[in-house]
Design a protein around this ligand. Structure first.
Ligand code: E4P
Length: 220
C-alpha cells in the first residue's frame, strides 16, 4: 500500500520524504490555509520534494471554473493531481480534465455510488473520507470494503485513497482491505513508528553490551 502525507507543511513533508516512506501528498484548502505563503508556490515546492503525485484542490464550484483552475494547477508541475469535490459539477469537470490526461482525485466521497460514478468518468483517484464517517457513528471502513469490492469487479484503473485517517488502526485496516493508498496526517505516520517494546528492547541490548565491555570481555 502506498503512503501519502496529508499535509501542506513543507517541513513535515521534507522530514518524512527523507525516510523514503512517502509516495505522494494530498492537500486541501483547509490544510493550505494553515501554511504561510502562496499556495501555488507551496504546491510547486511539494512536487519538487516528493517527486510523486501531489493533490491540489480547486476552489471553484462550477464546471467551467473547476476546469480552468484545474488546468492552471496542472501547469505548475507534472506531478500535480487535480482534486475536485464530488458532485455533478465535479463529475463533469473530471470527465473533461481526464480526457486531457490531467489526473483527477475525486474528493469528499462518502458512498460507494459516488466512487462508482467518479471511476466511470475516469478519475485517477477517489478519496473516501473514513474519519468523518466514524465521527457520525458510521463505520468508515465499511465504505472502503465496498469500494474495493466494486472496483475488483471491473477494469477501472481508479485508485482508492483512504482519506480522513485519524490513527494507525485505520492504516492497518486499509492495508488489510487492499486499498491502494492511505493518506495520513504526519502525526499518524509518526505514531506508526512507535512501539514501547522496541525502545525497551534496544535499551536492554545496549545495556547488556556495555556490561560485557565493563566486565572486560573481548568484543570486536
Ligand atoms: C485528504 O484528501 C482529505 O482532504 C483529508 O484526509 C481530510 O481529513 P479530515 O477529515 O481529517 O479533515
Amino acid at each position: 500500500m502506498k503512503i501519502f502525507l496529508d499535509t501542506g507543511s513543507l517541513q513535515e513533508i521534507e522530514s518524512f520524504v527523507a525516510l523514503g516512506i512517502v509516495d505522494g501528498v494530498t492537500t486541501n484548502p483547509s490544510l493550505m490555509a494553515k501554511e504561510k505563503g502562496n499556495p501555488r508556490e507551496i504546491t510547486r515546492r511539494i512536487c519538487q520534494i516528493v517527486k510523486g503525485p501531489v493533490s491540489a484542490e480547486v476552489i471553484a464550484t462550477d464546471v467551467d471554473g473547476m476546469i480552468r483552475e484545474g488546468r492552471e494547477l496542472a501547469a505548475i508541475d507534472p506531478h500535480v493531481v487535480i482534486k475536485l469535490p464530488f458532485g455533478k459539477a465535479g463529475v463533469r469537470a473530471c470527465a473533461t480534465l481526464s480526457a486531457e490526461k490531467i489526473p483527477v482525485n475525486m474528493t469528499l466521497i462518502f458512498s460507494p455510488t459516488q466512487a462508482l460514478l467518479a471511476a466511470k468518468v475516469g478519475a485517477a483517484y477517489v478519496s473516501p473520507f473514513i474519519g468523518r464517517l466514524d465521527d457520525i457513528a458510521t463505520e468508515g471502513m465499511n465504505l472502503i470494503e465496498e469500494i474495493v469490492d466494486i472496483f475488483q469487479n471491473y477494469a477501472f484503473t481508479t485508485e482508492i485513497i483512504v482519506a480522513s485517517v485519524r490513527h494507525p488502526v485505520h492504516v492497518v485496516q486499509a492495508a488489510r482491505l487492499g486499498a491502494d493508498i492511505c493518506t495520513c496526517p504526519p502525526a499518524v505516520v509518526e505514531a506508526m513508528f512507535k512501539h514501547p517494546l522496541t525502545d525497551i528492547g534496544l535499551e536492554r541490548f545496549l545495556k547488556d553490551w556495555e556490561k560485557a565491555q565493563a566486565d572486560g570481555q573481548d568484543r570486536v
